[in-house]
Design a protein around this ligand. Structure first.
Ligand code: SF4
Ligand code: FES
Length: 378
């Protein structure tokens, strides 16, 4: 972000000169052995037949490195479901990207793990659905997942690769936060993300079943703070709390078209992973445009970059360069207009209704009625 932007008067709208991106989220496939109810993938998943081929992904990684990307987050779906995942990893490492593999750990045997590490995988982020078999199966819709994850975590740590556990928190597992912290220590993870569900894709569809009650959220904040102090030097705990209960919105993805971007399995280049929900945007595809063209000039990137697109109350707000008006996808989902203030913000006329909705939904819906992610249900 340039000084010009930071020093700009809050009542003036500016479009900044974009800097190169730092991170790329490569969703190399939507295929996945799990069917998590909180998945943020779109309801319309890309089938295998639509996925980019090996050479195109390799070109994407080369272009990303040339563009200035440092971190490659290899994700999905389950990225290791691709037969060429080792070849893709090797190429990404060769062009100088730091590779974070985001995986469920299911289906990654020791031989594949060894091959991924040998190819240049730098860091592994393992999803955690619960602290025991019952909750893990209930949330992810997969039998036997917990033990497989525990074995995978042990294998990663034994090989000296830094491991982060990512625990997405919601009403079905919020009571297990203390146990998940203990499991992270037991597994040998360096870092644990206690990330309350963000409501996009399948998670938005299941919002009523996933939304925790306010009291439980407040309790987890205390639990995390206590554990942080106790485990200082052993485990770093990052926490993301549900923004429906917040006063100000999050700085989503570091700002639209500012720090990171995503490429879908079929090659669409998105300013954020949920951007396809903003259906009036024109998403360029890596098959037709270079990443550099898309990052700097793609219409989906210029649409909400900076502040020139803003309406009131954001336009004259002193925080507009802090949070850039919050999340565009959430603004669309909750207000019908992606250019509106994210209604999580206390200055939004809809702020109170969002909190009321969260409270009401969390009080009535049955968690067991959530829809599992899948290729057909969308
Ligand atoms: Fe952020 Fe709210 Fe200010 Fe908009 S009005 S810039 S969302 S604090
Ligand atoms: Fe798309 Fe926040 S998820 S802008």
């Amino acid at each position: 972000m340039s000084d010009t932007i930071l020093l700009d008067r809050p009542d003036r709208a500016v479009t900044p000169q974009p800097q190169p991106p730092l991170g790329l989220l490569a969703e190399v496939t939507h295929r996945c052995p799990l069917r998590c109810t909180y998945c943020s993938n779109p309801l319309q998943l890309d089938p295998k037949s639509a996925e980019l081929d090996t050479e195109t992904w390799k070109r994407v990684f080369s272009e990303a490195a040339e563009l200035g990307v440092i971190h490659l987050h290899m994700s999905g779906g389950e990225p290791t479901a691709r037969r060429d995942i080792v070849e893709l990893t090797r190429h990404a490492a060769e062009v100088g990207l730091y590779i974070n593999l985001i995986t469920s750990g299911i289906g990654v045997d020791d031989a594949k793990l060894d091959a991924l590490i040998e190819a240049g995988c730098d860091h592994i982020q393992l999803s955690m659905q619960g602290a025991d078999e019952g909750i893990t199966q209930r949330v992810g819709g997969y039998r036997g997942g917990y033990e497989k994850k525990r074995a995978f975590a042990r294998a990663v740590v034994e090989r000296g690769v830094p491991l982060t556990l990512n625990a997405v928190i919601h009403r079905m597992n919020i009571h297990q936060v203390p146990e998940m912290i203990e499991k992270a220590v037991e597994f040998g993870a360096k870092r644990l993300e206690i990330a309350h569900t963000q409501y996009y894709g399948w998670a938005l569809k299941n919002r009523a079943q996933l939304m925790p009650v306010r009291e439980d959220v407040d309790r987890t904040i205390e639990e995390v703070e206590t554990a942080r102090a106790r485990l200082k030097g052993t485990l770093v705990i990052d926490a993301v709390f549900p923004d429906y209960y917040a006063r100000y919105p999050k700085l989503c993805n570091g700002g639209w078209g500012t720090r990171t971007f995503s490429v879908t399995p079929s090659g669409k280049v998105l300013p954020c992973h949920a951007a396809e929900t903003i259906t009036h945007l024109d998403f360029w595809n890596v098959r037709d445009h270079s990443l550099a063209e898309t990052w700097y000039d793609g219409p989906a990137f210029t649409a909400y970059r900076g502040t020139s697109w803003m309406k009131e109350p954001c336009l004259s707000c002193e925080r507009k360069h802090v949070d850039f008006g919050g999340c565009r996808c959430q603004a669309l989902a909750l207000t019908g207009d992606a250019a509106n203030t994210d209604p999580v913000c206390i200055k939004s006329p809809l702020h109170d209704s969002i909190g009321t909705m969260a409270t009401t939904e969390s009080a009535v819906a049955e968690p067991g009625a959530a829809t599992y992610r899948g290729f057909r249900a969308g």
